[in-house]
Design a protein around this ligand. Structure first.
Ligand code: AMP
Length: 221
């Protein structure tokens, strides 16, 4: 395995993207760039962006393309991403964002866009049980046997349910995924940059499939 990679992981919310992105970022030694985590950090810091984003996020809506493209463009311009690459999680979410990303990546194009395929019924179940470390973003599955407060085993932060993991907001996010994000499958597929990976199975099995898809895409023709 050669360290460094430029990857996007697409998929419905709750498909297990966060967990797999953390593993992929360790495997390829690249930063995990999660726009959801960046927005949640802005909310915690109480910045102007955070105040605006919180309302949209809690309702399960999408923050405007211009704002998101600006945030991601700045992040991809930092040294670690420029030299080693990155794994993008939660971006792009619209065709407009994908077009802007093509402009940003320019002469350093993506290795592959991975679509983590998990059916809607299954992600609904998973999101309801999802708990997240508010500091480092590690994902956990609630089994109702955990002690409270639940402390993250990676960084010692508080593990909680996300404010936007309510049934209404989850359904709205999944509807928006079908409307706005699923066209990206066609966008990247027609450019030959897409690998669809079955996201049903144990985290280890899914991770093995993702790495196999990256390696296949990077194999010289
Ligand atoms: P996530 O953690 O990826 O599920 O993102 C949480 C929320 O942040 C989403 O439901 C959106 O409200 C917002 N968000 C994250 N990434 C984007 C993006 N690329 N475009 C628009 N909104 C986003």
């Amino acid at each position: 395995m050669i360290p460094g990679a430029r990857l996007i992981l697409l998929g419905r919310q709750g498909a297990g993207k966060g967990t797999q992105c953390v593993r992929l970022s360790r495997h390829y030694v690249v930063p995990h760039i999660s726009t959801g985590d960046m927005l949640r950090a802005a909310v915690r810091e109480g910045t102007e962006l955070g105040r605006m984003a919180k309302q949209i996020m809690d309702a399960g809506g999408l923050v405007g393309d211009d704002i998101m493209v600006g945030i991601v463009g700045d992040r991809l311009n930092r040294d670690d991403a420029r030299t080693r690459g990155y794994i993008l999680d939660g971006f792009p979410r619209t065709v407009g964002q994908a077009e802007a990303l093509d402009g940003i990546t320019g002469e350093r194009p993506l290795d592959v866009v991975l679509d983590l395929d998990v059916p809607r019924e299954l992600v609904l179940e998973r999101i309801s049980a999802r708990r997240v470390c508010r500091d480092c973003g590690t994902n956990y599955v609630a089994k109702s046997t955990e002690r409270t407060p639940w402390i993250c085993e990676v960084c010692g932060g508080d593990v909680m349910q996300r404010d936007d993991d309510t049934p209404d907001a989850i359904n709205r996010r999944l509807d928006l995924y079908e409307e706005q994000t699923s066209p990206l499958i066609e966008y990247y597929g027609s450019g030959g940059r897409l690998a669809v990976v079955d996201g049903v199975g144990t985290p280890d099995a899914v991770f093995t499939r993702l790495v196999a898809a990256v390696e296949l895409a990077r194999r010289p023709a």
